[in-house]
Design a protein around this ligand. Structure first.
Ligand code: AMP
Length: 290
């Protein structure tokens, strides 16, 4: 495994891979790696060589009152985990490499990013698309791997990739969860013991929706009522939003005719967590993927 810190060297490695007709796979992360990240890497390894994992805590996707400074940084442990599973390259640039003094450009996708996460975290998605575009330019991936955990981010990245002819194929990977359902997240490290227990309410609320759908309920308002019932019963959890949206447009769903996401964001103590379930109604029967 080779650790790369500079844009110039990463570009050189990537163009060498291209010249040799290699299928480069990119897994962008902010580090503090967990099994969710590693599942993306393993998936990448099934179809790509070389696999590049980027580790960059991107300042541009954090709001001024968010946790950029205290975001967990565990580079040595991350590198050991990636070495163990046989990653080829880790690209871990310093902020000045990605955003040298005088940097002025931002890339944003219109529409999809103004609601839900975008409304709660103004500027977040522009920060994400700007860094992902840079990572794509630097590594020129044939495939790039993202988790369904960040469903809205994924939708926006897909749009940017299509709109700007970036050429990378976006691969979606399922959400990896703890045995009690909590979606793995680097931010779970912030949770105190009580919060950790309360945090399962996000999963339980999505599971309530799954059960309702299984019982034949198709009305988004009633499905959300079932979700809120679970959240309201957990005093340690403060709901930011819960919505059922069309999986393509991210508009609020009035029916389950098209595939939909059930999206939830909530504060557990001082930690903000997100989760989602995908209701696939375009097949028969309906399935709810957690
Ligand atoms: P992050 O380091 O949080 O920016 O995440 C990097 C990538 O890992 C993103 O594509 C996330 O969607 C993905 N990811 C984060 N948590 C999980 C999880 N629990 N299961 C699957 N993928 C995840």
């Amino acid at each position: 495994m080779e650790l790369i810190h500079t844009v110039a060297w990463m570009k050189q490695v990537a163009s060498e891979a291209r010249r040799n007709d290699r299928v480069l796979g990119l897994v962008p992360t902010m580090g503090a790696l967990h099994e969710g990240h590693l599942s993306l890497v393993r998936r990448a390894q099934t179809q790509c060589f070389p696999v590049v994992v980027s580790i960059f805590v991107n300042p541009k996707q954090f709001g001024p009152s968010e946790d950029f400074k205290k975001y967990p940084r565990t580079l040595d442990v991350d590198l050991a985990a990636l070495e163990r599973i046989g990653v080829d390259y880790v690209f871990a640039p310093l902020p000045d490499e990605m955003y040298p003094p005088g940097f002025r450009t931002a890339v944003s996708v219109e529409g999809l990013g103004d609601r839900l996460e975008g409304r709660s975290r103004p500027g977040h998605f522009t920060g994400v698309t700007t860094v992902v575009l840079k990572l794509f330019e630097i590594t020129q991936p044939c495939f790039a791997f993202f988790g369904r955990k960040d469903a809205q981010q994924l939708r926006i990245i897909r749009q940017m990739t299509r709109d700007l002819d970036l050429g990378a194929e976006i691969v979606v990977c399922p959400i990896v969860r703890e045995p009690d359902g909590l979606a793995l997240s680097s931010r779970n490290a912030y949770l105190a013991e009580n919060d950790r227990r309360a945090a399962t309410a996000l999963y339980r609320s999505l599971d309530a929706v799954r059960r309702e759908v299984g019982g034949g309920e198709r009305n988004p308002t009633r499905l959300l009522a079932a979700l809120k019932c679970v959240i309201d019963a957990e005093p340690g959890v403060l709901l930011d939003y819960a919505e059922i949206v069309d999986a393509e447009t991210f508009d609020r769903a009035v029916s389950l005719r098209n595939n939909c996401y059930v999206l939830i964001a909530a504060r557990v103590g001082t930690t903000r967590l997100i989760d989602n379930a995908l209701i696939e109604s375009e097949g028969n029967p309906f399935t709810v993927n957690m």
